[in-house]
Design a protein around this ligand. Structure first.
Ligand SMILES: NC(=O)c1ccc[n+]([C@@H]2O[C@H](COP(=O)([O-])OP(=O)(O)OC[C@H]3O[C@@H](n4cnc5c(N)ncnc54)[C@H](O)[C@@H]3O)[C@@H](O)[C@H]2O)c1
Length: 252
């Protein structure tokens, strides 16, 4: 019970890394405010946690919209009364080189992958400052640390998440607010499934993705959730401003 009595907002909780983290954090004792655009998937996740004896509330919303974010934080506090952890995980992948990327695609990627973190942190940090504690975890990506072809808007947004994490970690280091980020490599989630299905031969594309991996396999959402658990737990009390790679050695 490494998160006993804690309350966590997790965005992008209905699928992939967010879902695995919500289930794991709940098993470790946290109350989960599960946030996602996908109302049905989010409610299914919350029911699963409740059935297993955990604490959860499903809150549907778009994290790139200020009014939704204000409501998400308000509903979380009305439901649980407290708030200890913010896991900014919702994100989208945008394919394309810069000359192929439309302004709308660029803005949407920035809004969902980066502005959402500004909006949530803007609401949550005053709460953490008042209580004198809090933990923020952001999902960046391996693409923030090294070049990946054909992902310019996505890579730029994830680089911004890394810079946001480091800036905030320094700004609040003396306030007992820790801010870290995850840099996952290629993780087998519904998002990856959608990327593969865009290829003419998705099974062959999957084989090629796997062939590029030093460990000869993709990562799992559960493996990323374990890293997330460490960073939000008290075991990481002296860890702030860090970017933790969970990439099976792809950066080597
Ligand atoms: N899967 C990978 O290989 C990989 C690698 C590196 C980083 N990441 C990052 O990890 C995070 C999670 O990725 P995943 O693979 O689990 O993705 P996923 O698509 O499987 O799940 C993401 C969830 O976020 C939700 N979401 C999307 N936009 C939203 C919005 N505006 N408001 C609220 N919810 C929204 C979706 O509905 C979905 O349930 C993302 O930030 C992604 O960029 C993933």
């Amino acid at each position: 019970m490494r998160l006993k009595g804690k309350v966590a907002i997790i965005t992008g909780a209905a699928a992939g890394i967010g879902r695995a983290s919500a289930v794991l954090f709940a098993q470790e004792g946290a109350g989960i405010a599960a946030v996602d655009l996908d109302r049905e998937g989010n409610e299914a996740l919350a029911s699963e946690i409740l059935k297993a004896g955990g604490r959860a509330v499903a809150i549907a919303g778009d994290v790139s919209q200020a009014a939704d974010v204000q409501r998400i934080v308000r509903q979380t506090r009305e439901h649980f009364r407290t708030l200890d952890i913010l896991f900014n995980n919702a994100g989208i992948v945008m394919k394309g080189k810069i000359h192929e990327t439309t302004e709308e695609e660029w803005d949407r990627t920035a809004a969902i992958n980066v502005k959402s973190m500004y909006l949530l942190c803007h609401e949550v940090v005053p709460i953490f400052l008042e209580q004198g504690s809090g933990v923020i975890l952001n999902t960046s990506s391996a693409t923030a640390l090294r070049s990946v072809a054909d992902r310019v808007a996505y890579s730029t947004s994830k680089g911004a998440v890394l810079a946001l994490t480091r800036s905030m970690a320094l700004d609040y280091a003396k306030n007992s607010i820790r801010v870290n980020c995850l840099c996952p490599g290629t993780i087998d989630t519904p998002s990856l499934g959608r990327r593969l299905s865009a290829f003419a031969d998705p099974a062959e594309a999957r084989r090629q993705f796997i062939a590029r991996q030093p460990m000869g396999r993709l990562g799992t959402a559960d493996e990323v959730a374990q890293a997330a658990l460490y960073l939000v737990s008290d075991e990481a009390a002296f860890v702030t401003g860090t970017a933790l790679s969970i990439d099976g050695g792809s950066a080597i």
